[in-house]
Design a protein around this ligand. Structure first.
Ligand code: PRT
Ligand code: ZN
Length: 288
């Protein structure tokens, strides 16, 4: 770097986003110390500084420029975020924001919520949703333990984050509408300098290389030459598979990259097409 510009990234200090946020940074080859209790840390080999904060505070800090970028759930970015850019989805901390009601209640549609009272920590997202669906309801904003509101008579329903659904179930509630599907995202300040933007581009390039590798596997296999054509058809590779002759005459080794999702399918077809000695290797990073 020719100047001293540093990008400030706000990360959740302790909670569901922390571990995956830190792993992503580490997998991107950025070294730093993150001892417990630290509020700030500077990377040793990349112009970036970390602020460790409560997730609810991150959108404001980013909007104000105290931090340049931050990692939060989309639910928090939408609820608390004003004047911030949503820059990149990160694929972890997936959950949904849903409406739920007592499990014995009869649900026929949104009308259930007409003039009802709903407890939530997400009044803004909920109000937008209700307005879009022409529902007038009474929103009770509470900051925690939203799921107990119906059983103590505070509300007819809740609007809360759901992951496995077991919290709703154990509180006698059933999920009836999904308002938002959420995952961790990078949010950004809208007035970043060009120097900061160029550091951000480098960071995102690294993150994308790591993410791409995560959904792929590198595979190596041996096959008799007469089966090469049919095997190559099964393997897309980055451009096309690499084929290397083996010392054993009439045999070749083939190297390629396959998608995690169609992996078992492809392996089965390869075996049927005469492939042997198949090795599967994780990919750390994938640069296109
Ligand atoms: O202390 P700080 O304010 O920083 O953290 P926090 O307690 O506000 O947030 P935290 O760490 O709980 O969650 C951070 C983010 O993780 C959320 O904003 C979501 O984007 C995401 N996330 C993913 C979740 C869940 N899964 C989740 N299951 N956030 C909360 N929950 C809670 C939910 O509120 C409910 O109480 O888990 C319960 C439901 O889980 P299931 O599996 O029983 O359905
Ligand atoms: Zn929070």
């Amino acid at each position: 770097m020719t100047n001293n510009t540093i990008l400030r990234l706000a990360i959740q200090r302790k909670g569901r986003l922390s571990e995956d946020s830190l792993s992503l940074i580490k997998e991107s080859g950025i070294k730093f110390s993150s001892g417990t209790g630290k509020l700030k840390s500077t990377a040793q080999n990349f112009p970036i500084e970390f602020l460790f904060l409560r997730d609810d505070d991150i959108p404001d800090y980013v909007a104000d420029g105290v931090a340049d970028i931050g990692i939060v759930g989309e639910n928090v970015a939408l609820e608390k975020g004003k004047n911030i850019d949503h820059l990149k989805k990160l694929g972890f901390s997936k959950c949904r924001l849903s409406l739920a009601i007592p499990k014995e209640a009869n649900y026929k549609g949104f009308e259930y919520f007409q003039h009802a009272s709903i407890a939530t920590s997400y009044p803004k997202i909920l109000q937008d949703f209700l307005t879009r669906n022409n529902i007038v309801a009474n929103i009770h904003e509470i900051s925690g333990s939203v799921e107990i509101a119906p059983s103590i008579g505070l509300a007819n329903g809740v609007c809360d984050i759901v992951s496995s659904g077991s919290t709703l179930l154990s509180n006698g509630l059933k999920e009836v509408e999904t308002i938002l599907k959420s995952e961790a995202i990078i949010i950004g300040n809208q007035q970043m300098s060009d120097e900061k933007k160029s550091i951000l581009d480098k960071l995102i390039f690294r993150i994308e290389s790591v993410q791409r590798g995560k959904n792929k596997k590198y595979i190596l296999l041996n096959a008799p030459n007469e089966n090469l054509d049919s095997i190559i058809k099964l393997l897309p590779g980055m451009r096309s598979p690499t084929v290397v002759p083996l010392a054993d005459k009439g045999w070749s080794s083939i190297h390629s990259v396959v998608n995690e999702d169609d992996f078992w399918d492809v392996i089965e077809k390869l075996r049927n097409a005469g492939a042997e000695g198949i090795l599967v290797v994780p990919i750390e990073k994938m640069i296109l």
